[in-house]
Design a protein around this ligand. Sequence first.
Ligand code: ADP
Length: 365
Amino acid sequence: MWNRKRDSNAGPFSALLEANPIPAELIDILDSIDAEYILLDQSERVIQSSIGIATFNITRESSLLNEQLSRLVRATRRSSQPQEATMELPRGPIGGGMHTLFVKVVALGDAGLIAILIFDDSEMRRLDSIRRDFVANISHELKTPIGALSILSEAVLGAADDPDAITRFAGRMQIEAKRLSELVQEIIDLSRLQDDDPLKNGKIFNMSEAIKEAIEQSRMTSQAKRIDVTFSPIDQAQVLGDREQVIMAIHNLVENAVNYSPDATRVAVTLKSSEGLAEVSISDQGIGIPEKDLERIFERFYRVDAARSRETGGTGLGLSIVKHVATNHGGDVSVWSVEGAGSTFTIRFPQANTQERPHNGGAIA
Ligand code: ADP
């Protein structure tokens, strides 16, 4: 949102305003509405507008330039009824594109004042379309394990006389069922995170302890691949927020580091406390990420190699969860990676014992 300060049209209008002062309460009310506004006097002159109005190019000095808006104003005066319309207006001085805006025109009191209110719901539309995509993606992702379960159960039915085959199919059914429940759990985690503000109800916790727990949760996976996960705790890093969420984010990063690395390699977790930030880095000697994919890996369901991700039980949601946790805590996450050499993910949180905000130092997320 742009700066919502009003533009009091000083200069040519000050005389007009003195003659016909606008009640301060009216301006306060207009400023509190999440809309841009224009106030017109009885002779259709612009006597006040919110500062964002300038980005539409619909007023010049004291004139209203847009014919569609002028028609609505006339209709409002004629009928004494508020008028509404959805219209396309250009945004920005140099071709910022057309925006669909909801406009409401109302008459205010008996002095002939008219208010034009402009609501920009493009952000809402964008979120709506993200939500729709998300639902479509979820349906698609759920179909894979459900389809596999259905085929496997048919195979079990067809193998009634072959106990070995039944055992084999049942084992695969277990894997698919586990995958399905992990996917559902991650979808639940992600939707919870989207509405959450961990800084409001958060507690201060020790980062080293949280990291140790996250590493511990990956012990089974790392031991199975003989991967040594190292970490040297430091004492002073305290973070405000939801400890469980932070553990989940670091766990996801450690789990990925292990999953996308060959057996018997090393994963190093480090924690640094500097400039008011607790910075956690997870480095692996794994397959790395092609440069063209780096920008997209934090998107929901994005996978560099979907088949490989499925093999390791990946859902494509892990990194979007990490990103949500970081941003909800006022932090960020970034990645450095070279294909065939390894990756380092760095997640940063503002420390609880300082007021400083993080700088977004070239973070990709
Ligand atoms: P997934 O469940 O598939 O692991 P994520 O959201 O955690 O989903 O990661 C998205 C994709 O980013 C993965 O599918 C993988 O291609 C890539 N990726 C994530 N972490 C690493 C890593 N440490 N090394 C190599 N590739 C990685």
